[in-house]
Write a protein that binds this ligand. Structure first.
Ligand code: ADP
Ligand code: MG
Length: 417
């Protein structure tokens, strides 16, 4: 069902209560908290500018970190208000709380096109509990509700769900911001009726994380390419030796069932024909958890059995070339999950080759390419190809749930068109 967006709503003179994702990384410098990456703030500017231009009175709400219901000074949104003011080029009022008299006073003082940011909504436990009385308190300053925080939409919290229900019950409109609109367009509409061939690339660590996505996409895709550690559970299920690779022995049935379903639905289901393996050896250094940092020796590519002392860390060159060829013939591409442990340069080649093919299919052959999942986005950015694909989801966990076909509470609460 199509959802109302900020383009559709008349906000002139109205108080627009907007949920944003300002969960930015902060670092302490000379006793002050400083934002180290303002991407999430920058990304909201188009929605804010549109609403300002339409004459709305904006009241922004967000969470920062996990203060667990307490006022935690290091998790204050005040530095975000300063940064937003600078980026918007206009004053941003900051309320020291997210509910109560001060908020109501600031909201009442806003003129058309003016902006206020409320203090961390997770200073209250009622937020994550989606407490109805708390949602009523938030909604006191809301004529219209807007949600532009897709990354928080899979949680039914007071600021993502409860407050929308209150506004809707009063007859107010609840709309998606422009960021949210894009997420719904690419992860939703574009994949509903994909241009074919539709190639899905799935990787990452665990079969159990991705099985629901595999199951749903088997019904839509022409080809599914499997990579990452997930591939070793499939290998194990086929009776192949996996050495010390990350596997889920209790998911072998699931893996075989997915392959059987692919066969039945005539989906081309591909597993890596070669893998890069290495022998893990502990070093003298300890990590944060006090465990030895591992090094990897005897790096080699194998096609059949993975040696007993070794672990698989990536798809091999032959698989990467084969996958790239399939990707270059695609008209729609969905990629979720890296092809290996790309964070280590020695095991990044397979993921990088796939990233390059996705970028080329998009730039040269007009394919639509959609990237979901936090680590997949990191991998693409690491390969410096983030700007060469059609869409990178900001969602992380929310995008995975959306791809599984789940109804996200923060989306369901928005008004239908
Ligand atoms: P996303 O966040 O894109 O959904 P996942 O969280 O499912 O992706 O998986 C990403 C993680 O999986 C990465 O940290 C990567 O290092 C790890 N990974 C992928 N392949 C392997 C492998 N063969 N062995 C160990 N870890 C792997
Ligand atoms: Mg991840």
């Amino acid at each position: 069902m199509a959802k109302l967006t900020v383009r559709d709503v008349d906000v002139k003179g109205k108080r627009v209560f907007m949920r944003v994702d300002y969960n930015v990384p902060l670092e302490e410098k000379n006793g002050k908290m400083v934002i180290t990456d303002a991407t999430r703030i920058v990304e909201t500017l188009p929605t804010l500018k549109l609403l300002i231009q339409k004459g709305g009175r904006l009241i922004l709400t967000a969470h920062l970190g996990r203060p667990k219901g307490k006022r935690e000074a290091s998790m204050s949104l005040r530095p975000v208000a300063d940064k937003l003011q600078e980026l918007l080029g206009q004053p941003v009022a900051f309320a020291d709380d997210c509910i109560g008299e001060q908020v109501e006073k600031i909201a009442a003082g806003l003129k058309d096109g003016e902006v206020a940011l409320l203090e961390n909504v997770r200073y209250y436990n009622e937020e994550e509990a989606n407490d109805p009385a708390f949602a009523e308190k938030l909604a006191k300053v809301a004529d219209v509700y807007v949600n532009d925080a897709f990354g928080a939409a899979h949680r039914a919290h007071a600021s993502t769900e409860g407050v929308a229900r209150v506004v809707a019950k009063r007859g107010g409109q609840c709309a998606a911001g422009l960021l949210m609109e894009r997420e719904l367009k690419f992860l939703g509409d574009e994949l509903e009726k994909p241009a074919r061939p539709f190639v899905v690339i799935l990787g990452g660590a665990k079969v159990s994380d991705k099985i629901k996505v595999i199951d749903r996409l088997l019904e839509k895709a022409d080809t599914i390419l499997i990579g990452g550690a997930m591939a070793y559970t499939f290998r194990l299920a086929h009776g192949q030796k996996v050495g010390k690779s990350l596997v889920e022995p209790d998911r072998q049935e699931m893996a075989l069932a997915a392959e059987a379903k692919a066969k039945q639905l005539k989906v081309n289901f591909e597993l890596p024909s070669d893998v890069v393996v290495a022998k893990p050896v502990p070093t003298d250094k300890l990590n944060k958890k006090g465990k030895p940092v591992m090094d990897f020796v005897n790096i080699q590519t194998v096609t059949d059995a993975i040696p007993d002392d070794s672990e698989g860390f990536s798809i091999g060159e032959q698989t990467a070339a084969h996958y790239a060829q399939i990707i270059l013939g695609a008209k729609t591409i969905l990629w979720n999950g890296p092809m290996g442990m790309f964070e280590d340069a020695r095991f990044a080649a397979g993921t990088n080759a796939v990233a390059k093919a996705v970028a080329e299919a998009t730039q040269k052959h007009g394919a639509k390419s959609i990237i979901g999942g936090g680590d997949s986005v990191k991998a693409l950015n690491q390969a410096k190809l983030g700007d060469q694909v059609s869409f990178m989801s900001t969602g992380g966990g929310a995008s995975l749930e959306f791809l599984e076909g789940a109804v996200l509470p923060g989306v369901a609460a928005l008004s239908d068109k």
